[in-house]
Design a protein around this ligand. Structure first.
Ligand SMILES: *Cc1c(COP(=O)(O)O)cnc(C)c1O
Length: 431
């Protein structure tokens, strides 16, 4: 094994801290390979150190080309953001500072103005994500009391987000009503008592109960909540701001729709079907929002200037009707013939191994289990689709496909303008 300092001397050009870390890692790796009985040469260790140094100097969160067939892929950062959001991308910004008075201002003023105008709610609060919004709303409004939830909505969203556990974490007691397949408005009505802190409804984003089922409408639950004088909180997740039927997704709830049906607090994600940054958007009644904003958890879940700048840009696009500025809606709104044209052009460029196949893109990210839109993919035959899939991860920018029935599929709905050439050259390199 070379000495660390000798190895550092061979890594000219790298800043000292980088060279040292890279040299140490390469030597450690070389040692463990020797222990496993592999042969290790000095050249290999030098090359490994150079590779490690290079990696340390690069941005690790890389741009990728998503052709996986999942439009909102949590592993790929969910919704793509408008690239030109705000003039504040990291600079000093008048974030919590009023340029009118020169004094402390309101961090959420701009997004609040848009959210109120767009949803018809009295007030809003934006926090780190929707999971945080649920925790905060329950803690601020119902701590120490019972939260009524249907047995059909005891959701696990993913990771460790289980609604019954979040209810417990927020200091509330879960009161289950109804059954897995059937819950009626009268079940809610009967369950409300002196101890009730809120009625909670949870959007069943990632599963569906079919068959002999019944669930009251949002309006019916809102009527019970109003009659009994308890808050009605809706964990919406999905977060649509407008009716997405013209984008091929009919029948979904939306923030304004839920507000108008009498939900007291609607909690949604910023980076699902809204098409914005990761955020938890809370809209609803003024006194409930005030209680959320005053709770200590609100500070712990506070959003930063990058989030607010991106969210403001996306909300402004909705408000001004410039929907083509929202990348997610551009993806959903791409006409099928255009997607087919992309797929045909790519397949043609690749020759005999590639063909065009009809397929479906999934929405993903727990929007709704059966939300899909039609698409076209390029299907590539290869002796080892796994190897090809892996090879495409190593090009710059990496291309993410998927393997289905022994073929590598590349979904052409989610490529953006300018992606065509890098995808083509990546494939030529990998094939
Ligand atoms: C996705 C989802 C969440 C979690 O949202 P994040 O913004 O990812 O924290 C919570 N509730 C529902 C119903 C969801 O669909």
């Amino acid at each position: 094994m070379p000495r660390v300092d000798d190895l550092i001397a061979r890594l000219d050009g790298a800043p000292p801290a980088v060279a040292r870390a890279a040299a140490r890692n390469a030597i450690e790796r070389g040692r463990s390979e020797l222990q496993r009985g592999c042969e290790v040469t000095l050249q290999q260790i030098v090359a490994q150190a150079q590779k490690e140094a290079g990696e340390l100097l690069e941005d690790r969160v890389q741009r990728v080309i998503n052709m996986s067939g999942t439009i909102l892929h949590t592993g790929l950062g969910r919704a793509p953001l408008p690239l030109d959001f705000g003039r504040t991308q990291g600079e000093y910004a008048a974030l919590e500072f009023s340029l009118e008075t020169g004094e402390r201002g309101d961090r959420q003023a701009w997004v609040r103005e848009h959210l109120i105008a767009l949803t018809g709610a009295e007030d809003s609060l934006v926090v780190n994500n929707c999971a945080g919004a649920v925790l905060l709303a329950l803690a601020a409004i119902s701590a120490g009391k019972e939260v009524i939830l249907s047995r059909g909505e005891m959701v696990e969203i993913g990771g460790s987000f289980r609604v019954p556990e979040i209810i417990a974490q927020s200091g509330c007691r879960l009161k289950e009503v109804g059954t897995t397949n059937k819950t009626r408005a009268s079940d809610y009505s009967r369950a409300v008592g002196k101890e009730t802190g809120a009625i909670l409804r949870c959007h069943t984003s990632n599963y569906k109960i079919v068959g002999f089922t019944e669930t009251p409408s949002v309006g019916q639950i809102a009527a019970v909540a109003k009659e009994k004088g308890v808050p009605f909180i809706f964990d919406f997740g999905t977060g649509c701001m407008i009716d997405l039927a013209p984008f091929g997704l009919p029948g979904l709830d939306s923030f304004p729709g839920l507000v108008s049906q009498g939900v007291d607090l609607v909690l949604g994600s910023g980076d699902k079907l809204l098409g914005g940054p990761q955020a938890g958007i809370i809209v609803g009644r003024k006194e409930l929002i005030a209680a959320c904003a005053a709770h200590p958890l609100a500070r712990a879940l506070r959003v930063d200037k990058l989030t607010l700048a991106a969210l403001e840009a996306v909300l402004r696009a909705y408000r001004t009707g410039q929907l083509d500025k929202i990348p997610l809606l551009r993806i959903l709104g791409t006409p099928l013939p255009e997607i087919r044209r992309r797929a045909r052009a790519l397949a043609k460029a690749l020759g005999a191994k590639a063909s065009v196949v009809e397929s479906e893109s999934e929405l993903g990210a727990g929007c709704s289990p059966d939300l899909k839109v039609p698409t076209y993919c390029v299907a590539i035959k290869s002796d080892s689709p796994t190897k090809l899939y892996q090879a495409l991860l190593k090009v710059d920018p990496p291309v993410i496909g998927r393997i289905e029935k022994g073929l590598l599929l590349l979904d052409c709905r989610t490529i953006q303008q300018g992606d065509f050439r890098p995808v083509k050259s990546a494939l030529e390199k990998a094939l």
